[in-house]
Each structure stands twice: as structure tokens, then as C-alpha cells.
Design a protein around this ligand. Sequence first.
Ligand code: CP
Length: 301
Amino acid sequence: MAKLFQRVPMQHLLDTTNLSDEQIIQILEDAKRFKHQRPPHLLRDKLLITLFFENSTRTRSSFEVAAKRLGATVVHLDPSRSSTNKGETLEDTFANLCAMEPDGVIIRHWENHTPQLLADKKMTSVINAGAGSYAHPTQALLDLFTMMEHFDGNVSGKTIAIVGDIISSRVASSGIRLFVRMGMRVILVAPQPFMPESNLPQYERLEEVLDEVDVIMSLRAQLERHATPLFDDYETYSKHYCISQDRLGDREILILHPGPVMRNIDISDEILKDSRCKVLEQVKNGVYIRMAVLKLLLLDA
Ligand code: CP
């Protein structure tokens, strides 16, 4: 995957490639501390604006909870009810929001380059909450944090299989860059149309890798991002890729999914209740990671 985002001064988070190793360690350590002890209102007097051009349950709420737990004020602009519907450009919308002097804008957009485009305007701190199929840095960080917790603080040498619609997934893109950097072995498991161009080991059959992986990250099939449907229905897909008890057996594999989970297609009901499955722990950890990211960007940087 090509490197889209350049290293930038630390007031922005466009992808984890913007972060130094020390900053990643700091985020993980702060998140761990925040999880065990609620911090004081370090960001009182700070104002954040969220601008989500795509739907979100977890990321938007998680950023808001994180900001409020640190005492910041959060304002949401819903693009579907904004003057973008009257023809105002994204750049003008952003400039007008910046005229209100926020300390940061948290943006989700369908274009890969949008966070970089807005950051280049140098008007406020830009935090990428998911852009196109390229980057979702806070998801990658919270996934790393969840794995670190599980493996006693060291993921180096562990093998993670990313399973499903990898080509459409910004979670996979950001995750691959971060996990490889942390010394993990990343392998890709997907039907051919869902497989990106990559130097990483690729498999079509999940059964081929089950005995060699420590972690499975299952992904949602994002049919809305495919021009033509790849499957007539999900039954064929789930028969081969659903993480089920039959498939997993008693293997000690950590199961992750960024959400939203398509039940019994990505992961079975039974496995979603299994202690190996950390989907809701990922969501919980997301708040602490985003608190740590906001502290780094708005206070420490
Ligand atoms: N993981 C994730 O990005 O979920 P949302 O789309 O609900 O924010």
C-alpha cells in the first residue's frame, strides 16, 4: 500500500505513520493509566468539533466520551443537515468551523486524502476518524492496545490474520502498517475480490492458517463500497469466513472486529459471547486510546 500521508507536525493525527515510536508508547501508557484511574479534566477550556461525512456508532461516540472525560467541550456538525447541502464546499465548511476557533476538528470522510487536505490549511488540529479505505489511526491504536493487554505488553512475533473485506478496509490498512511496525507477522485471508495488492502472505482458506495464528481480526464485508456485488448473498461468504465455534474449536486465538459486526456472517453469535472474543473490550479501550490521543495532540504537543 502506498504511503499517502507525510510525517507532519504533531498537532494532527492523519495516520499512525505521523507518530514517532515514543509517541506511540506514550499513547499506550497514558491509555493504560486512564483505564485504571480516571484522570482530572486535563482538557478543560478545549473545544473540539466533530465532522462525520459517513455513519459511525463507535468512533464518534468514543471521541465524544473521551473528550468529555477530559473536560473538553464537543460540538457536532451533522453534514446531512449542514450548508454542504446548499453547495458549500468541504474546504469552506472547514474554514467556517475553524473561524469559531476550535482546538481540533475530528473528521470522517469517504476520500483518502481529506484529512491531509484539511491539515495542510494549518487552521486547527485535524484528527482522522476514518478516511476512505486508507486510514483509521485510532482504530489501529486501540486494536494494538487490546492485543498488548492480552499478550502482557508484547505483541512482537505474534501472528495476526486479517480476514474478510481487506481491500475496502481502512481499519486493515492502518492496522497492517502499525502491526508490522510493532514486529507482528500479518497474514491476509480473503476471497480473491476482497484481497488487496500486498507483499504479505495471502490465503483464500481460513482453515489453512488457524493453527498458526495468535489473533484473528475479522472485518465486515463492505458491500456499499463495491461497485458490483461480489456475492449473491452472504451465505456462501459466511460458510468460508465466519468465525464460528466449529471452525475455531478450542484454539486459544484472540478474536477482534472493529464493528459493526454482521452476526453469523463475520462472527457467530456463540463466538461473540466467548471469552476469546474482545469486540466490546476494543470499544471500551477505544475511549482510553482516544483520551490519550487528545491529550497528546492538544496538551503535550
Ligand atoms: N470501528 C468503527 O470505525 O466503527 P464506527 O463506523 O461505528 O465508528
